[in-house]
Ligand binder design. Structure first.
Ligand code: NAD
Length: 494
């Protein structure tokens, strides 16, 4: 079926009002949950096929994550969809003031390959919850997961409202020529620009979940043994192909030595004498990325690791020292199991280094010194931060997850995902009450200084008076109303 026809059909389904029904959305979300329950083994198998992902990583980082996220959406949906009643001021005291949660319409979700199930299906769940119809485009770079989504989703989700389209650059380019009401993209910064450009053609709102070089600063107050363990886990999980993996370390020479000493023994404990034989290490997704990553090692000062095997897309967990900011490894997001360490004197130097570069997706600090932490938090910008650990902030569903500037725009997770796919439709409801009309009549021509002064006073005061003052305002309103009525009667009698 042509893409234009797919989008047209989804629009017709949306216009029928089907997805506005909350019961329908709940049913679809429950079906998605059933899909995970009945197919988790196949999901783990697809992840192993694409990335040689170990079962533990597959469940913790993707399958269980998706199920927990969905459970929370289903539990909270009835609450989230309720129109919100924001605080009112004196001006609208007598009116209804509401924010309705309106679905956008037909959304396009474009997934990435590194966590190919989680990064495609979590936004889809949020889009369904918000009442949208969805075109789902998994990444072609992880073919087993793409196939799984394409074959399995239609068995569980309503085909009039949710469609999977497989394909790569050609297909996505063609899809982007269609008019969507929302586009949610996860992927590289370079492609994010293409998506943003396509969105601008139709003024389509979008979320861009991009990447970047996420720095990790360690100071001498940190527990270096624990810090090293946490950093290495966050770096080498999924073979470093994680958007919020610590990209590089900033620390003093002394900390670098302690870090290397710890790292040597931890890596041996985790992956054995030859990490290549460990079942716990993922592989690089394809030859193109393997070549890019092994190229970064040429001429680099390898302190730990450095082994590569092209036939197996294998790169050992590798740590580089004597790294300069001009080195190739410091130019773009690494997105692989290579961890450079750059020496800085102190937190102020680290801040200067970070601020001289693109705003990162994540920023990590290892320090027990609150002054140092606050200094960095207050003087840097990043999509999100995690102190004394890495990746952890991603899993806190009450925190919005997203980038800033070059690392992305918009956010999701938990309620933020629902909000991302929801237009907040403002609505003011007035009645035809005669007293209210009289009070508001100062806005009508003929204008006069008296009316202007009255309106200015009311508008000036409206911010400083909250609804907590309602009883007093009511008495005040009655006073004003009766004065106005008396004046009117006087005018009428003249
Ligand atoms: P990618 O940008 O290469 O691909 C993402 C999607 O875009 C795929 O579905 C692909 O088919 C499509 N695409 C690729 N080229 C295109 C083109 N020219 N026109 C239209 N569509 C195109 O990204 P990736 O390689 O899958 O993922 C790696 C990048 O994504 C890294 O930079 C990483 O940091 C980032 N990322 C970010 C997050 C996040 O949540 N912020 C999560 C994962 C990955």
């Amino acid at each position: 079926m042509a893409y234009s026809e797919i989008v047209q059909n989804l629009r017709a389904a949306f216009d029928s009002g089907k997805t506005r029904n909350v019961g329908f959305r709940e049913k679809q979300l429950q079906n998605l949950m059933r899909m995970y329950e009945e197919n988790h083994t196949e999901m783990a198998r697809a992840l192993a096929s694409d990335l040689r992902k170990h079962k533990q990583e597959a469940y913790v980082m993707e399958i269980d994550y998706l199920m927990n996220d969905l459970r929370s959406i289903i539990l909270n949906l009835r609450d989230w969809v309720q129109p919100k009643k924001p605080e009112k001021t004196i001006v609208n005291m007598m009116d209804g003031v509401f924010i309705y949660n309106d679905p956008y319409g037909v959304a396009l979700v474009i997934g990435a390959w590194n966590y190919p199930l989680q990064l495609t299906l979590a936004p889809v769940a949020a889009a369904i919850a918000a009442g949208n119809c969805v075109v789902i485009k998994p990444s072609e770079v992880s073919p087993a997961c793409s196939k799984f989504i394409a074959n399995t989703v239609p068995k569980y989700l309503d085909q009039d409202c949710y469609r999977v389209v497989e394909g790569g650059v050609k297909e996505t380019t063609e899809l982007l020529q269609q008019k969507f009401d929302y586009i949610f993209f996860t992927g590289a910064n370079r492609i994010g620009k293409i998506i943003h450009k396509a969105c601008s053609e139709n003024l389509t709102p979008c979320t861009l979940e991009l990447g970047g070089k996420s720095p990790c600063y360690i100071d001498s107050s940190a527990d270096i043994a624990i810090a090293t363990r946490r950093i290495l886990w966050g770096k080498f999980i999924n073979a470093g192909q994680t958007c919020i993996a610590p990209d590089y370390i900033l620390c003093s020479k002394d900390i670098q030595e302690q870090f290397l000493k710890e790292a040597k023994s931890i890596l041996k404990e985790w992956y054995g004498e030859n990490p290549k034989h460990s079942p716990d290490l993922c592989r690089i997704i394809n030859q193109q990325h393997f070549k890019r990553l092994s190229g970064l090692l040429k001429g680099a000062n390898v302190a730990i690791g450095g082994d590569v095997d092209s036939a197996d897309n294998y790169i050992a967990p590798t740590i580089l020292t004597n790294v300069k900011s001009e080195d190739p490894v410091m130019q773009d997001e690494i997105f692989g199991p290579i961890l450079p360490i750059l020496v800085v004197e102190n937190a102020n130097d680290a801040i200067k280094f970070i601020n001289a570069r693109d705003k990162p997706l994540a920023l990590y600090i290892f320090s027990t010194n609150e002054a140092v932490r606050n200094l960095i938090i207050a003087n840097t910008s990043a999509g999100g931060m995690c102190i004394n650990d890495v990746l952890g902030h991603f899993a806190v569903e009450s925190l919005p997850f997203g980038g800033v500037g070059p690392s992305g725009m918009g956010a999701y997770h938990g309620k933020y995902g629902f909000d991302t796919f929801t237009h907040k439709k403002s609505c003011l409801i007035k009645d035809f009450n005669a007293v209210g009309e009289k009070l508001a009549s100062s806005r009508y021509p003929p204008y006069s200084d008296g009316k202007l002064s009255f309106l200015s006073t009311v508008l000036k005061k409206r911010r400083s008076i909250s609804l907590k003052c309602v009883p007093y305002l009511f008495i005040f309103g009655l006073g004003v109303a009766s004065t106005l009525i008396v004046n009117c009667l006087r005018d009428d009698n003249k």
